[in-house]
Design a protein around this ligand. Structure first.
Ligand code: ZN
Length: 310
């Protein structure tokens, strides 16, 4: 009963590792990436082009891009918060950029040091830079709206503001929009309403969801987004990631739980879930002392679980 194809993207190497205090060697990151790609995950957020002194975990951003360019079949995206980061990413040869800006003014100041309007203007600059990279080397530009459902600093975020922001990003030339529940504030009805109103603003542009499981609602939010026709979701193996404002809380929705949800609902992810669960054990060895989360790893797959035909 295959109903639809969906795409899952592993963001543990970027969103997950930004909360891990020890610097993970490039070779380990690549070993993880290759292993997860081999079992069917086709898209990865591989690094972040932010200040190396502020985020030493991503000091190897250029090397990560170079290594991924040589991997056929792997869609590797990199995060940038400003034109400087985008410039570095393009120089390194990155073909997929995720430009993140915050819907919340306070989070925008804290995360990127400027207000949302300034971030939007800088996105226009990034679009021009990416287009100048030339038609022979097309660059895919995704715009990620962080704190789209709520903000630790401001509390509720006005959904009208998020919809308008999405419309502006589309006008400026985004190839894709992603709504992110950065700090786990979203609930399913809110997800349904916001995806619906953003869809009205951006027409047929691809739209993705990025949910954190801080308060246990990530999978419910995924289902709400699926019901609105969203087919691209971010997740992190072992539920890596987190929020500095919510110590002990789980991070991104766990990749293995997301794949289980999707496959059991009839969506083909192409991911070998049994192999993914084994890889998760490897992750625990690569990242000693880091808390991993997720229900499927604890409980195992139920008897009779069948993977969807891709
Ligand atoms: Zn995140």
């Amino acid at each position: 009963m295959t109903r639809a194809k969906v795409q899952v993207r592993e963001v543990g190497l970027r969103d997950g590792l930004q909360m891990v205090p020890d610097i993970v060697p490039t070779e380990v990151k690549l070993e993880w990436l290759r292993a997860e790609a081999a079992l069917g995950v086709g898209a990865f957020d591989i690094t972040s082009f932010v200040s190396k002194s502020r985020m030493p975990q991503f000091a190897d951003a250029e090397e990560m891009v170079q290594a991924c360019l040589a991997m056929p079949g792997v869609q590797a995206s990199v995060l940038t918060l400003n034109a400087r980061g985008a410039e570095r990413a393009l120089e390194a040869g990155a073909r997929r950029l995720v430009y993140v800006l915050s819907a919340s003014a306070a989070h925008s100041q804290g995360n990127a040091g400027r207000d949302t309007e300034a971030a939007l203007a800088e996105f226009g600059q990034v679009v021009r830079m990416a287009r100048e990279a030339g038609p022979s080397r097309p660059v895919h530009l995704e715009a990620g709206i962080a704190t789209a459902f709520g903000c630790t600093l401001e509390g509720p975020v006005d959904p009208e503001r998020v919809s308008r922001l999405a419309a502006r990003l589309a006008e400026l030339g985004a190839d894709e929009i992603m709504l992110a529940d950065t700090v786990g504030y979203a609930q399913p009805r809110q997800v349904q309403a916001l995806f619906r109103s953003v869809r009205r603003q951006i027409g047929a542009l691809p739209l993705g969801g990025h949910f954190h499981d801080t308060r246990g609602l990530a999978l419910a939010n995924v289902v709400a987004a699926l019901d609105e026709g969203v087919t691209k979701f971010d997740a992190a193996l072992g539920g890596l990631g987190g929020c500095p404002f919510a110590p002990g809380a789980s991070g991104n929705v766990a990749m293995e739980d997301l794949v289980y949800l999707l496959e059991s609902m009839g969506y083909a992810t192409r991911v070998d879930l049994a192999a993914l669960l084994e890889l998760r054990q490897g992750l625990a060895a690569w990242l000693p002392g880091v808390d991993l989360h997720g229900a499927i790893a604890r409980a195992g797959l139920p008897k009779g679980f069948v993977r969807q035909a891709a």
